[in-house]
Structure formats: structure tokens, C-alpha cells
Design a protein around this ligand. Structure first.
Ligand code: TYC
Length: 101
């Protein structure tokens, strides 16, 4: 019989996967003024003066600093916007992204 409806034996288990998160990383350079880095961190990443200063100083001293984590699209958009803001002033300021483990 082709019209016999059989009961599913197991219920479909809805999979709710968390989106993978990406780190935005600030990279140090020798040319971008400290104040400019702090200003970009405040405007693009909604940091306070104190948070922004700490992140800038960590990148300055260690070479890199994780700024924040976002979904892939948002991380890439913010890293690009922040990098472009430096580029517009002729600075080599660089923000990159990297998937979280
Ligand atoms: N190293 C820069 C200077 O001494 C300041 C700076 C800090 C630049 C962090 C980039 O990601 C950076 N003017």
C-alpha cells in the first residue's frame, strides 16, 4: 500500500548551533599616533577612553591586542572600517580578524 502513513520513529531534533565568533585584532605599527588609535577604538568599537587606551597600549607593547569578538560579518566590517579610517589619514593602522578556537 502506497498511502499508508507511517509514524516517524524518532522526532527530528532541531539543531541550534551557535554562530562561530571572530576576534578583531589590533596590530601595532610605528607610525599611527596613539591618540588616533584610541579615537578609532572609541568610535568604531564603542569603548570608553580607559578601555581604548588599555587596548592601544597592549598592542603597542606586545604587537597585537584582541579588541572584541563578533560574528564573522560584523567582525570583518568593523575591521575594514577601522583600517580604512587610518588609511584615509595616511596611517598604516591595521585591524585583522581571526576565528576563535
Ligand atoms: N606604536 C604607535 C606609536 O608609538 C601607537 C600604536 C599603538 C599604533 C597601537 C598602532 O595598534 C597600534 N605612535
Amino acid at each position: 500500500m502506497s498511502n499508508v502513513v507511517t509514524k516517524p520513529t524518532a522526532k527530528a531534533k532541531p539543531k541550534l548551533e551557535r554562530p562561530k565568533l571572530y576576534k578583531v585584532i589590533l596590530v601595532n605599527d610605528d607610525f599611527t599616533p596613539r591618540d588616533f588609535v584610541v579615537m578609532i577604538l572609541k568610535s568604531e568599537f564603542r569603548m570608553t577612553e580607559e578601555q581604548a587606551y588599555k587596548v592601544m597600549l597592549t598592542a603597542h607593547q606586545r604587537g597585537v591586542c584582541v579588541v572584541a569578538v563578533f560574528t564573522k560579518d560584523i567582525a570583518e566590517t568593523k575591521a575594514t572600517r577601522a583600517t580604512d579610517a587610518g588609511r584615509a589619514k595616511g596611517y598604516p593602522l591595521l585591524f585583522t580578524t581571526e576565528p576563535e578556537e
